[in-house]
Each structure stands twice: as C-alpha cells, then as structure tokens.
Design a binder for this molecule. Structure first.
Ligand code: DGP
Length: 115
C-alpha cells in the first residue's frame, strides 16, 4: 500500500507543526483546523483504521495516545473547559487518511450530534 501523508510526517519527509513526540506516538496540528485547538495524535506504527485495532496487542499504544491527548490538552490550556477526542473510521466515518489518528478538538463549545 502507498505511504500515507502521515508516514511522511513521521519520517520527517514533510513538515508539520509537531506539539508532542514520544517513542511510539506523534502529535501535530491539523492542517485544516476545525476548532481553535485541533491536534492529530497518531501512532508511529501504521494501523490503517480502528478496525485493525487488536485489543491486547494495541491496548498499551492506545493508552499512550490518550495520555498524550490529556497532556496536550493541558499544554494547550483547554483541559479544564473540556475538549473532544474523535477517531473517524472508513468512508461513512469520514476518514481521509488511512493511518489511525485521534482528533483532539477544543477551544470552543462543541455541538452534538456531529455532522
Ligand atoms: P480524517 O478525515 O479523520 O481522516 O482526518 C484527516 C485530517 O488530516 C484532516 O483533518 C486534515 C489532516 N491532514 C491531511 N493532510 C495533512 C497534512 O499534510 N498535514 C497536516 N498537519 N494535517 C493533514
């Protein structure tokens, strides 16, 4: 399968506004932000969609992604007011990039249901 744009960001082949990096996780600002704070949190290993998440195999990695989201929310000053974490999955889920990513959205009141 062709390399995704996020793999190129992981490999530092294309630039991104990186806000967090650890051994297993990278987070950077969305190029087309939908909120004052819009950060994408991704694993460094490629997992195309959340359908490929295997509980025991990926549990620790998902935990790291949620830890990163909480830390970034604190760093960005949106933790106390609240924020939204979203994984889009597949066509109906509105997924464009097939390397799983958690959207961290905050800095404004979110609406429900999402579009
Ligand atoms: P999704 O629709 O859930 O697959 O979200 C993909 C997001 O990725 C979308 O909000 C825009 C963002 N995005 C796409 N290409 C780039 C890029 O090259 N750089 C950055 N920073 N974000 C990107």
């Amino acid at each position: 399968m062709a390399e995704t744009i996020f793999q190129k960001i992981i490999n530092k082949e294309i630039p991104a506004d990186i806000v967090y990096e650890s051994e297993n996780v990278l987070a950077f600002r969305d190029i087309n932000p939908k909120a004052p704070v819009h950060v994408l949190i991704i694993p460094k290993i490629e997992i195309p969609t959340v359908r490929e998440i295997i509980g025991s195999e990926h549990a620790a990695l998902l935990g790291e992604m949620y830890d990163a989201a909480n830390q970034i929310a604190i760093d960005e000053g949106i933790s106390d007011d609240g924020f939204r974490l979203v994984f889009n999955c597949g066509d109906n889920g509105g997924q464009e990039v097939y390397h799983i990513h958690m959207h961290l959205l905050g800095g404004r009141q979110m609406k429900w249901p999402p579009g």
